[in-house]
Write a protein that binds this ligand. Sequence first.
Ligand code: HDD
Length: 741
Amino acid sequence: MQLLALVTGLVGVANAACPYMTGEVDSRIERRADGDAAADTEEFLSAFYLKDQDVYLTSDVGGPIEDQNSLSAGERGATLLEDFIFRQKIQRFDHERVPERAVHARGAGAHGTFTSYGDWSNITAASFLSAKGKQTPMFTRFSTVAGSRGSADTARDVHGFATRFYTDEGNFGKVSSPLLKYRANLCIDIVGNNIPVFFIQDAILFPDLIHAVKPRGDSEIPQAATAHDSAWDFFSQQPSSLHTLLWAMAGHGIPRSFRHVDGFGVHTFRLVTDDGKTKLVKFHWKGMQGKASLVWEEAQQAAGKNPDFLRQDLFESIEAERYPEWELGVQIMEEEDQLRFGFDLFDPTKIVPEELVPVTKLGKMQLNRNPLNYFAETEQAMFQPGHIVRGIDFTEDPLLQGRLFSYLDTQLNRHGGPNFEQLPINRPRVPIHNNNRDGAGQMFIPLNKDAYSPNTQNAGSPKQANQTTGKGFFTSDRSASGKLQRTVSSTFEDVWSQPRLFWNSLVAAEKQFVVDAMRFETSNLKSSIVQNNVIIQLNRISNDLATRVAEAIGISAPSPDDSFYHDNTTAHIGAFGEKLKTLEGLKVGLLASVSNKSSIAEGAKLQSALKSAGVDVVVVAERLDDNVNQTYSGSDAVQFDAVVVANGAEGLFSGRSFTGKPSKGAASLFPAGRPLDILLDAFRFGKPVAAIGNGKVALRNGQISSERDGVYVADSVGDSLVKGVKEGLRTFKFLDRFAQD
Ligand code: HDD
């Protein structure tokens, strides 16, 4: 509180004994500060909050101002250049944007807490893993890769999963400012994706990959899509991309929500103990919600109906105090295992199958605080794989090595100078003691006039820390030597066996989704050379896959190219076919009618039955009314994870949408046939559907057999309906609904 008053006073905003704790934002702030490690983040960030209740408008330098009209010479006269109020306001507006991220521009973030499951000092000196129950504040940002900042959330893409830990690693400097009263905190970022592998093996190819995937140079088309010639030209010329591509074409490219993805650090990293012993590890974030994905038609609809599909889900879940959680795990390997599994652990296009090395769970992340300002927190969060702490070290993976340069460079570009680490969301919560100086936007006032080392003038300070004194950062004991060369390691050459492992491991329906996705993408290509090259590459993974895609684009079935064929499989690799672990935050649409009040009353009954599972029931009717949440005109199947037709609403479902005529009176309230469309779309998108009492007429009109899996019929909202809907939601997608070649 004292801190808040200090800062608000400094920036000229009226301050009292914090008179602002009212309203939506304030309740969020209060919730943010209630006892866990994130309260640390909260207290720290609150020093920077600007609150505008009951104060006068001021200029940027603090004088109270009026800004309703610009200053002019006479009532009709020209506007005067001397109007500094006008100039400042317009100029600030003109400078509101910073460059969007070159990739991963579209995203959403949240604060959270990491809790260690134990004392892991046997494998790492990292302090945030040093004790059971130890909590560390975090900030996590999810994203898509290819689209611009305003692109639709449900474009098919790899999804970013960038996590930052504000850890309490070892800087023990003297605290000199009330703004810096926090114990030492240092950031570690695991900047990963929801797919465990990457397109390329050498960072020097990253601009080529991104130029190929991004829109073409002349028309800037297409937005957030890979279904164009340059993308597939690159993929088929650079077959290291095939493995990641296959994951993206499967369900992982179109997740149901950010809450329903797993995350991966992708590279192999090193963990280092206090006495310098190293292990090689792959980082995993295992979602405690389970994995769930959309299907392509649904994702396309969602992109138009609600471009904010993913960010809205995350934001609303956290607001509703349904906090998503992920367990941080590591696959632990020895230095001598680098080539042991038949591939190179430093090749980022490879997974280590969990049958070979199981995942050891180290702790849990819970996301429990929404940002209070999107720009200041999420947009200005600047992650770097180079942010590591003592106890974690890099490896020779050439993709990782290149990233260590690129992220720092990109932040310099986005912020326009080197002081981006001083922004509240990026700032380590410690007094910074070094001889780095100046630069645009310096927020500190360094008092040491002798900014060099070694020195005697400042009694040798800042002193050098080392492993025993000051817990200095240290690098593991590794060496590098070799003849200079520009080459791909021979241990990186086989880029087909693992895509085949992935393909072999999918359930049949998800294989079909991959085939359908590839057909969609390749049928959008103009170049038959590129199309042929794609089939050649797919054929090195699987003749079945290649043949099925080729058929759709008029290319004759290729003969098997079987050098890399095998029958191995691995578990839990697909996005479909496994039950959800929790139903929290899922939505059921109850399709009701205002002309029959009892149909609407079923909403409350269903809601109370599903409440304990965290499922929300949304009552839909012709128009807004008591206990009606939304109208048919504002509703679509993509908004719901299951759809239930209420008893008494069947009159709205007369015949198929393209032939049926809606009943009189309702016609002007919603597009013709919308209720039936919602039901039919829900069914064809694989969702559970149900009917209560006469609501089954709607199923009949839609030619949906109540014998099908995931279709539930009951006389009333009772145990059997609720059990069915819950089971249906857990299954999430009924895969028999999708035709297979
Ligand atoms: Fe990257 C952003 C993930 C390879 C260059 N990357 C970025 C973000 C994620 C990833 C999640 C968004 C962070 C945020 O939310 O702000 N990138 C990856 C993964 C990779 C990868 C998992 C491979 C294992 N990236 C990669 C390479 C390069 C980059 C090889 C360049 C040589 N990535 C960038 C970047 C971005 C970025 C251009 C854009 C914005 C930013 O860094 O902060 O520097």
